[in-house]
Design a protein around this ligand. Structure first.
Ligand SMILES: Cc1ncc(COP(=O)(O)O)c(C=O)c1O
Length: 460
């Protein structure tokens, strides 16, 4: 056993180091389902902090960060060191759901971050993706209540597995998939810019709150009392929509009164992204089930549920999954969580988010194609509109998904990686490393304005 298999990540073979070559090969190797490479056509050679370098040595400011997974950016030295420590400790890489001293430390630290220091919660390690954890949460709510319905919201994103997709708002991935999970009732989610009731402002939020409460109380609503309500406190893929505090508080109260479990999906908004450890903390509420993935694994695959102990109705082995014991992910997750807490990253994120929204609002005055800037912390959305067309009765211009796509392309060409979301992809979204510096945010603003100019948009 002396032969070593060595994989050299940078030149596995003697291919010309060009993006086009790798992309063409990717198109040959992989299914049509691939998505990011179509919008961000590069092959990555290396990455550090907020910067990505492609195989042609072009540099990009990465404001996507693995779809919000890389809370500390790429290859943070402490995160890399924690991987080295696991490797040299002799721990197995994978342990199913068997415990280890590392898992023990990770669990106790993660619990200490949950409401009330986690005293009323226990953890469930699920399969490693956000959708895996959502599936477990939905099943558990059904088991606890003996009911079958789930209430979800327009614009929600909870993942692509069958159950998670059933509670997701976006219709296009559902189109050709028959027999979604039955008894999913969608309710309108508040929207700061485009109120789904066409009312807007505080009155719109009040009406949405009333509508929700009335549906639960109305014995002729046609909707059976659900097992759970699932929601994001700030919708991400849905176009960066923060839920109004009073709406969230009311939903918490009503669900509690009716014995309906409240599932908060913190997969994207959790772990300081919005300027609080968890996005639901903005409303001071306590969920029954907290869904965690992405940043909880510090960049490696890991997903965990925080379950109020009184709702831990599982029988042993009734929800399993092979990949629940990734020791490397627990090490990188633990390091990430400790840095987020010890360095008060949430406060920095809050201040930067407010500063950035102010700068974007200034830009909006000069570029009316920016219809709305919204978000919390470093989860910010810029909605692109058609300012030359007629406003609706609430003063909103039509959304411009095409221009938003062009701007994403122009950003990419000027070395800035941004994702899109929202209806027709009309919202450009920022999800950078939470350690991004003020100077790097300044670079973002310069590159973004360059992209506007590059798309032929003239300042007014
Ligand atoms: C709020 C939310 N929930 C669930 C998911 C699904 O996570 P995954 O893609 O890891 O399955 C995502 C992914 O973006 C998400 O943003």
């Amino acid at each position: 056993m002396t032969d070593k298999v060595r994989i050299d990540t940078l030149s596995a073979h003697s291919l010309p180091q060009s993006n086009d070559t790798f992309l063409a090969r990717q198109a040959e190797f992989e299914s049509n389902v691939r998505s990011y490479p179509r919008k961000l056509p590069l092959a990555i050679a290396k990455a550090q902090g907020v910067w990505i370098t492609d195989v042609e040595n072009n540099q990009y400011l990465d404001c996507l960060a693995g779809a919000g997974t890389l809370a500390l950016g790429h290859n943070h030295p402490d995160v890399l060191q924690s991987i080295q420590s696991v490797i040299s400790s002799g721990l197995p890489l994978h342990t199913l759901d068997l415990t280890t001293p590392l898992k023990d430390e990770f669990s106790s630290y993660l619990l200490s971050l949950l409401p009330g220091q986690g005293k009323e919660y226990c953890l469930q390690f699920t399969g490693p993706s956000g959708a895996d954890a959502v599936e477990a949460a939905l099943k558990l709510a059904k088991k606890v209540t003996g009911r079958s319905g789930i209430i979800s919201f327009s614009g929600a994103y909870h993942g692509m597995t069958h159950g998670a997709l059933s509670v997701t708002g976006n219709l296009s991935p559902k189109e050709a998939v028959s027999n979604m999970m039955p008894e999913v009732q969608f309710m309108p989610y508040p929207h700061l810019y485009r109120c789904p009731l066409g009312i807007g402002g505080d009155a719109g939020v009040k009406a949405l709150t009333y509508y929700f409460e009335n549906l639960i109380n109305d014995v002729e609503s046609g909707v059976r009392k659900p097992a759970a309500v699932i929601l994001e406190a700030v919708q991400g893929e849905g176009g960066v929509n923060p839920a109004p505090v009073e709406w969230l508080q009311r939903i918490r109260k009503v669900t509690q009164e009716h014995g309906i479990l409240l599932i908060l999906d913190e997969v994207q908004a959790g772990f300081c992204r919005t300027g609080k450890l968890f996005a639901f903390e903005h409303a001071g509420i306590e969920p029954d089930i907290i869904v965690m993935s992405k940043a909880v694994g510090g960049g490696l695959p890991l997903a965990v549920l925080g379950i109020k102990k009184q709702f831990d109705a599982w029988a042993p082995g009734h929800h399993t999954g092979t990949f629940r014991g990734n020791q490397l992910a627990m090490a990188t997750g633990l390091t990430t969580l400790k840095i987020l807490k010890d360095k008060s990253v949430a406060d920095k994120v809050t201040a930067q988010g407010e500063w950035l929204k102010g700068k974007l609002a200034d830009l909006q005055k000069r570029y009316p194609v920016i219809g709305h800037v919204r978000g919390l912390g470093l989860m910010i959305g810029i909605e692109i509109v058609k300012p030359d067309e007629a406003q609706d009765h609430m003063g909103c211009y039509p959304a411009d998904g095409e221009l938003s796509a062009l701007l994403q392309k122009k950003c990419f060409e000027s070395g800035l990686i941004l994702e899109r979301g929202g209806r027709h992809g009309c919202v450009l979204r920022l999800l950078p490393s939470l350690l991004i510096t003020d100077e790097e945010l300044g670079i973002f603003l310069d590159k973004f304005e360059n992209a506007l100019l590059g798309a032929g948009i003239k300042p007014v």
